[in-house]
Design a protein around this ligand. Structure first.
Ligand code: C2E
Ligand code: CA
Ligand code: CA
Ligand code: CA
Length: 276
């Protein structure tokens, strides 16, 4: 019996070691990629229910490795947050988005804004907004073209959050409340902040369409009363498009329209979609 236990122990150990090796490998790739600014930015369209056009996009980071292929953010964002590299990662993504805007005639495409995700940990950098502005200026990009997606978890540190929100507002940056419905939401407090848009997390959207509850509809009503534009995430079929449009969601995002895709593919999609 003792033999067997020892063997099992060995197997488990092997797994842990393997996992650690993988994490370390990923860490090395991540550090190198960030340093070389070698990150990919994919774009996922935001469909306007009013104009029936693609009028925006969310920028979503990817990492490409020769051996591993395209690596999705759930694998490396938490890692980057644990090492503090998320600060640099966030700036690299922002810079790529500015470069994209510089190289395109967004007005002509019918695109009004691109959104970027801001990790709560980036809020710890008191120079954050200053850095965003500087990068935008380097690329001749007007900050009004970019919307910053911020999650509630950034609010845990109240003083810091208040400070950063003021900084963003000083320069009229557009702020989106991201992932609403994921955690324990304090609506009362949330709506005191100058968000222009609220994004319903797909878990909230899906639970409604699975018939599990009606929370989403109440949430939509409250946000509408506050004059917030609403984005629904995770839209996967035509019936969702119909209902969410009727409920008053201004923007829809999801695989029904498109997955996140490389910039060139996004350009092509918008061109087809918006010009017929
Ligand atoms: P998120 O901000 O909630 O972004 C939306 C995620 O939902 C994306 O996953 C997108 O591919 C996925 N999605 C969109 N529509 C649908 C749909 O109809 N069905 C399904 N099943 N999924 C859909 P992605 O690109 O893997 O990103 C995951 C998360 O990683 C993001 O969640 C965001 O929290 C984080 N992330 C991505 N890029 C960045 C970044 O540049 N900076 C930071 N800090 N976080 C990022
Ligand atoms: Ca987001
Ligand atoms: Ca998010
Ligand atoms: Ca989400």
């Amino acid at each position: 019996k003792c033999e067997l236990d020892r063997q099992q122990l060995f197997v488990i150990d092997g797994e842990i070691i393997n996992e650690m090796k993988q994490t370390n490998q990923l860490k090395r790739i991540l550090t190198k990629k960030i340093k070389e600014k070698d990150l990919l930015v994919y774009y996922q369209p935001l469909f306007s229910t009013k104009s029936k056009r693609i009028t925006g996009a969310e920028a979503l980071v990817r990492m490409y490795d020769e051996k591993l292929g395209i690596i999705l953010p759930y694998k490396f964002i938490p890692l980057a947050e644990s090492t503090g590299e998320i600060l640099d990662l966030g700036l690299v993504v922002f810079e790529k988005v500015c470069q994209y805007i510089q190289e395109h005639d967004l007005k002509e495409m019918g695109i009004n804004f691109i959104t970027v995700n801001v990790s709560p940990l980036q809020f710890e950098d008191t120079q954050l907004v200053h850095k965003f502005r500087q990068i935008a200026r380097d690329y001749g990009v007007d900050l009004s073209m970019i919307e910053f997606e911020i999650t509630e978890s950034a609010m845990l540190n109240t003083a810091l959050f208040d400070y950063q929100m003021k900084e963003f507002k000083k320069y009229n940056a557009h702020l989106v409340l991201d992932d609403f419905g994921m955690g324990s939401s304090n609506m009362q407090r949330l709506i005191t902040y100058p968000f222009s848009t609220a994004k319903l997390d797909m878990s909230l959207v899906w639970s409604y369409f699975k018939g599990e509850n009606h929370i989403m509809k109440h949430v939509i009503e409250i946000f509408k009363e506050q004059n917030l534009a609403i984005v629904a995430e995770g839209v996967e079929d035509q019936s969702m498009v119909k209902d969410l449009s009727e409920f008053g969601c201004e923007y829809l995002q999801g695989f029904y329209f498109s997955k996140p895709i490389p910039a060139e593919d996004f350009d092509r999609l918008v061109n087809q979609y918006n010009h017929n």
